[in-house]
Design a protein around this ligand. Sequence first.
Ligand code: ADP
Length: 398
Amino acid sequence: MEQGLVLVINCGSSSIKFALVDPSQNDFLISGLAERLATNNDEGLLHWQQNGQKNTQALAVSTHHAALATLLPKVQAIAGSRLIGVGHRVVHGGEHFSSAQIITPAVLHAIRITVQLAPLHNPANLLGIEAAQTLFPDLAHVAVFDTAFHQTLPEHAYRYALPEMLYRDYGVRRYGFHGTSHQYVSQHAAEMTGLAVRNSCWLTAHLGNGCSTAAIVNGESRDTSMGMTPLEGLVMGTRSGDVDPNLHGYLARTLGWNLEKIDQLLNHESGLLGLSGLTNDMRTLEQARLNGHTGATLAIEVFCYRLAKSLAALSCALPQLDGMVFTGGIGENSALVREKTIAHLHLLNLYINPAANAACVHGKAGAIQAEGSVRILVVPTDEEGQIARDTATVLNKY
Ligand code: ADP
């Protein structure tokens, strides 16, 4: 019998990633990206990949709705009657959701009231849900939350040292993100090493444009580096990660900056881009470092040191360490970042094997630790595949 297919939609503020997935085979029948959306111009582009072939089409109108309306007939032509549902990535589920949910009016309402906690992400996710529901009114739509996996954090890990009223009445606490990825790679790491997910402990580092670490005990997240929003924690592409909270007051007093300008600085002008003065792209930074660029060199050093510091801190949440996992575009490809990070972690008995480290790039999974070291694994993440499986599971069709 042919298996059902799930359309996965990941709507960002100016882009939509999509994939039509057979969750039983983890087969991607078509996948792609609509970019430069909502830019008030006609520069929107739709890229897609099908049967190993890459295609690009200009969009007549650069909106999320127009992009979905252009790509959905392509999806429908391939899926026919096999499409069983649409899985939507939703960044912030607050405390409302600890698992994926069929999108009902009540779920939609909860996502809407969480917008205040994720003003950069949830509005775009809502746009995608509403457009897809209009275009596919008869299909089940499922929300898969980035925060859900971290709902198992103990209170001592998720509370800030702030008056209780701010938590109770305004939801000010740590939530954590990238949950789909941390869950997937920790499960996969257990499979790769013959350990039971329910009986193993991992430190995971998801390093893409956004970056976060997690401590996972017996399949449950116990701590993570991101907080109330995805700004807390590590150095990222354009996000600062942790800074002294007094920075806001200092910038306001000395430079007269308002909150909007400070938000823009910390979210879009900092991180690898801010430190290097060059780019947020790790590939370009590595090249520039080789050419002696001091900003690029410093950005990589700070990135790796802060990452190591976060991993060491999260080790407090583990009763034992069965392994450390690198994933995301940087984690899967940058042997330099892995080597520099692990060089700060010898106290955790983590040591790298340079040849194995160099070999694990471009989607190749593997163990990269030296003999006698605790395991260090590279595990390519599969967020779209995992969203498709979660969606099919919720629909009882997987
Ligand atoms: P997103 O969070 O947008 O999904 P990705 O997971 O694709 O991002 O990661 C993007 C990052 O991965 C960029 O900084 C990019 O430079 C980096 N990257 C991709 N390939 C390589 C590579 N071969 N070497 C170093 N960094 C890489």
